[in-house]
Ligand binder design. Structure first.
Ligand code: NDP
Length: 337
C-alpha cells in the first residue's frame, strides 16, 4: 500500500521534500469497516491549508500522517452493512492506494457510472461550491455582470457557465491565453482576461463597462485589487477562496488597503460572504444535483478534467495546482477503473 505522507511543513510554496512516499502493508478491516481501493484522488487547493500547523475550519494534517483528500474508490472487502465488494463510492481516502472506512461520509455511486471521476468535480465538491456560492450568495440576475477568476478551473469554469445560464454577462480571469481562449470559445464566457497582463486593471475596466455586480472570489491578491474599484452598488461577493495568498509568508507589499476595502463595502453597500461548502451547503446537495445533472447531460455545462496518472505524480501535480499549471479539474488516477 503506497501512501504519501506529510514529511515537513512548507514555508511558502510546497516543495517535494515536504512529502514522503512510503510503503505500508495492506490494512486489515475490523467489524463495521470496509477496505477501499483508490481509483481517483482529487487534488484541491484547500490541501495547502492542511499542511500548515494553524487553526482553521479543519484540523491540520500531522507530520508523517497520510495527506487527506477526496477520492473515488472501489470497495475491496466489507464488514459493513450496506456496502459490498465491487461497490463504487465517493470517500475521503487520502493520498494512498488503500484506506479503511467506517462508512462515515461515504456516498455510494452507480457502480457502472460512465465517468466516476466526475464525482470529485462537476458532480461533487467543486460543483456544489460553484453552484451554491453563486446562486445563494451571488444571487445572479439576468443582465448583470459576473466576474470570476481561476476561470477554467474546477470551480471557476462552472461558476461562469452557470452565470451564463442565468443570463449574466460573464467575464473570466485566467492565467494564460490558452485558458482564456478556452473560456470564451468552449465555455461561452463573454470575455476572459489574462491576470499576467500588465494592463489587467485597464482591460477589466474596458470589458466591464457597466461595472461589476457579482465578483465570485477564488483568488484574492492583484485580481481583487483590479475588481474593487469597478464594483457596483449592492454588488455581491461570494468569498470562496484566496489561492493567490495560500503560499504567502508575509502580508502583501504596498500600502494597507483595508480602509479602502471597508470604505467600498460601506458606501456601495456590498455584501461579501465567506462560506465553507460542506459546512454551509452539504445539506443542499440534492438541490444542486437536480440542477447540474440535466445541464451536464444536455451539454449546457461543459467539464474539463486534468487527469494525472499515478499516485507517485500527485506531489508534482499538487505543487503545480498552486501555480496555475492545471488546466481543468485536477485528479490523479491511482488505480484501474
Ligand atoms: P482550480 O482548478 O481553479 O485550480 C487552481 C487555479 O488557481 C490555478 O489553475 C490557477 O489558475 C489559479 N491560481 C493559482 N495561483 C494563483 C495566483 N497566485 N493568482 C491567481 N490565480 C491563481 O481550483 P479549484 O477550482 O478547486 O479552486 C478554486 C478556488 O476555490 C480556490 O481558492 C479554492 O480554495 C476555493 N474553494 C473553496 C471552497 C469552499 O468551500 N470555500 C471549496 C472548493 C474550492 P490560472 O492559471 O487561471 O490563474
Amino acid at each position: 500500500n503506497r501512501q504519501i505522507t506529510l514529511a515537513s511543513r512548507p514555508h511558502g510554496a510546497p516543495i517535494p521534500a515536504n512529502f514522503n512516499l512510503v510503503e505500508s502493508s495492506l490494512p486489515i478491516i475490523g467489524d463495521n469497516e470496509m477496505l477501499l481501493r483508490t481509483i481517483y484522488l482529487s487534488l484541491d487547493p484547500y490541501m495547502r491549508g492542511r499542511m500548515n500547523d494553524a487553526k482553521s475550519y479543519a484540523d491540520p494534517v500531522a507530520i508523517n500522517e497520510v495527506m487527506v483528500g477526496g477520492s473515488i474508490c472501489r470497495v475491496e472487502a466489507s464488514n459493513l452493512e450496506g456496502f459490498e465488494k465491487g461497490d463504487l463510492v465517493v470517500a475521503f481516502g487520502g493520498w494512498q492506494d488503500y484506506s479503511i472506512s467506517n462508512g462515515e461520509g461515504v456516498i455510494k455511486l452507480d457502480s457502472a457510472m460512465a465517468n466516476p471521476s466526475y464525482g470529485l468535480g462537476v458532480l461533487g465538491m467543486p460543483g456544489l461550491t460553484a453552484y451554491m456560492g453563486l446562486m445563494d450568495i451571488g444571487a445572479p440576475k439576468a443582465g448583470e455582470t459576473l466576474v470570476v477568476a481561476a476561470a477554467t478551473g474546477a470551480v471557476g469554469s462552472l461558476v461562469g457557465q452557470i452565470g451564463k445560464l442565468q443570463g449574466c454577462k460573464v467575464v473570466g480571469i485566467a492565467g494564460s491565453k490558452e485558458k482564456c481562449d478556452y473560456a470564451v470559445n468552449e465555455l461561452g464566457f463573454d470575455a476572459c482576461l489574462n491576470h499576467n497582463d500588465a494592463d489587467l486593471v485597464e482591460q477589466l475596466a474596458t470589458v466591464c463597462d457597466s461595472g461589476i455586480d457579482i465578483y465570485y472570489e477564488n483568488v484574492g491578491g492583484k485580481v481583487f485589487d483590479a475588481v474593487l474599484p469597478l464594483l457596483n452598488s449592492k454588488a455581491r461577493i461570494p468569498l470562496c477562496g484566496l489561492i493567490a495568498q495560500y503560499n504567502a509568508t508575509d502580508l502583501p507589499p504596498g500600502p494597507d488597503r483595508l480602509g479602502l476595502l471597508m470604505g467600498n463595502l460601506l458606501v456601495k453597500r456590498i455584501k461579501m460572504q465567506g462560506f465553507i461548502v460542506f459546512d454551509d451547503y452539504g445539506h443542499r446537495y440534492g438541490e444542486f444535483q437536480q440542477a447540474m445533472v440535466p445541464w451536464l447531460v444536455s451539454g449546457q455545462i461543459k467539464y474539463k478534467e486534468d487527469k494525472v496518472v499515478g499516485l507517485e505524480n500527485a506531489v508534482s501535480a499538487f505543487i503545480g495546482l498552486l501555480q496555475g499549471e492545471n488546466f481543468g479539474k485536477l485528479v490523479v488516477q491511482v488505480g484501474p477503473e
